[in-house]
Design a protein. Structure first.
Length: 501
């Protein structure tokens, strides 16, 4: 087992990004080829995390540890378990799609565009692999910079406003997290995340730390009511920016709840679980209705993302109410469902934003009213778009159904009404998704330009085909993903249910 595998996954794309910047925009094709080749190489390397992973232990694997800032006991400490490893592979997978999707579309500073995504890939892998709290915080904040530039440079007309709003929301939330990490260092003398899991904390300390973490992670998910930055960021971001934002960056919030909130503040997590569940249900139901009235396709998908991510936080915190002594299956189901939902949403949201990107590249409009009868001129594309729309609505047989179904089963055990409310989103989700599909693909042709549209080319077909396989494969057979995370999540459940008081 290679002990420098995680470092390679983090630093290879970052240094490749620097190289691509040095190559410059004058040699754009060289920059594109190097970027895509490196992203494919990083994905292949990341697969060895899966093939060599021991799913029978909850302990960290592929560990690396070296002294970094010795006077403060800060280490360059990396490792993965069954929660972080699937998210790293999702990151490396999504990056290839984004770089290939931007191959022809991005003509302004293409080398810098490719470099930004490569660097962001390395930084986000750093977030998922860090076992030192300060190292985690550095990667967490640094990953904002490439996304800020991607929205601010390659975004729409209102891109600067959206980029600054995105940065301020996510940065300010994280400041509270930093304060709580420093507090725990002063109390325990270590910045190791695993040491913090075992740190003895009073009820008051746990409450303060829980809300500090909540500020950072809730903004990132994003949860109601701190979700307002996301639709703006999505609408203004280029297609690739929207894909990474939805498929990967939102998952950093869910990951934070798994890695920090549950094991470090179990009593406060239990105490405030109903508050988080209610906020999650508002996101699932209310934001679903907000999606129903959108006229911009990207905005509709952005709001649907908030609704779907509500299942993640519902699954995580419903465990406290679903758990019955001697029968942990329901609580476990909710937690596993939350993880499956994160991976599934990564595939589906990426696919949905790429679908909108394909239409936008042709007609430069995201308004639903611009389209109608697209199936007549783009039949192959319509086939993919309808599949992804059905997955977004939670059709059985697609990955969109699996995670939501598991979370709903867990929520029903906690409270029947939680399950009923969460289940209602399958109706609302079908309503806004089918509303969009009907008008865009089957509606009457009101715009003569739609009749002249060319169907997807080989590059676009290959990207959508890969995502279609992922969505259907995970929908029909999610077991490989569940097997990898099961032991880790069982351990996490024990940590969350073990009081520190």
């Amino acid at each position: 087992m290679d002990n420098s595998l995680l470092s390679l996954l983090i630093w290879l794309p970052i240094f490749a990004g620097v190289l691509v910047i040095l190559i410059g925009n004058e040699r754009a094709n060289t920059a594109r080829w190097i970027s895509v080749a490196v992203s494919i190489l990083v994905f292949i390397i990341s697969l060895s995390l899966y093939t060599e992973f021991d799913s029978n232990t909850h302990l960290m694997q592929f560990e690396e540890k070296a002294s970094w800032i010795s006077q403060f006991n800060i280490y360059y400490h990396l490792g993965v378990d069954g929660i972080s490893m699937p998210l790293i592979i999702l990151t490396t997978f999504s990056t290839i799609l984004v770089l290939v999707a931007g191959w022809e579309v991005i003509q302004t500073r293409p080398a810098h565009y490719m470099a930004a995504f490569l660097m962001m890939e390395g930084l986000i892998i750093g977030v998922f692999a860090s076992l030192d709290a300060i190292l985690f915080y550095v990667f967490w904040e640094a990953s904002l910079i490439p996304m800020l530039l991607i929205i601010g440079v390659w975004g729409g007309d209102n891109r600067v406003y959206a980029a600054i709003k995105f940065f301020l929301y996510t940065f300010l939330g994280s400041v509270f997290m930093l304060v709580s990490l420093i507090y725990m260092y002063n109390k325990g003398g270590s910045f190791s995340i695993l040491d913090m899991h075992n740190l003895s904390l009073t009820a008051a300390e746990q409450a303060w730390i829980f809300w500090a973490f909540f500020m950072a992670f809730a903004v990132k998910v994003p949860m109601f009511p701190v979700h307002t930055w996301l639709p703006d960021a999505h609408v203004q971001a280029p297609t690739g920016g929207s894909v990474i934002l939805a498929a990967i960056m939102l998952k950093m919030g869910g990951y934070g709840f798994f890695r920090f909130s549950l094991p470090i503040t179990p009593d406060a997590s239990y105490q405030f679980s109903e508050v988080v569940i209610i906020l999650s249900l508002i996101a699932i139901v209310y934001i679903g209705f907000v999606a129903l009235v959108q006229r911009d396709m990207k905005k509709l998908i952005a709001y649907s993302s908030i609704s779907h991510m509500g299942f993640v936080t519902l699954g995580i915190f419903a465990l406290f109410l679903a758990y019955k002594p001697g029968a942990a299956e329901a609580a476990l189901l909710g937690l596993e469902g939350a993880m499956v939902q994160m991976i599934s949403h990564g595939f589906i949201s990426a696919a949905m934003f790429l679908v909108v990107g394909v239409l936008y590249d042709r007609l430069h409009s995201r308004e639903i009213s611009t389209y109608g009868g697209v199936i007549n001129s783009m039949p192959k594309f319509t086939g993919f778009a309808v599949l992804f729309a059905m997955a977004n609505a939670g059709l059985p047989g697609t990955s969109g159904f699996v995670g939501e179904f598991m979370v709903i089963l867990g929520a029903v055990q906690a409270n029947i009404w939680y399950g009923v409310l969460a289940g209602s989103t399958l109706i609302v989700g079908a309503a806004y998704t089918l509303w969009m599909v009907k008008r865009v693909f089957w509606g009457a042709i009101t715009n003569p330009k739609v009749e002249t549209l060319s169907d997807i080319n080989a590059r676009e077909f290959s990207i959508l085909a890969v995502l279609a396989v992922a969505v259907v494969a995970m929908g029909l057979y999610p077991q490989p993903v569940i097997d990898v995370m099961q032991v880790t999540i069982e351990h996490l459940l024990n940590q969350a249910l073990t009081s520190k008081l």
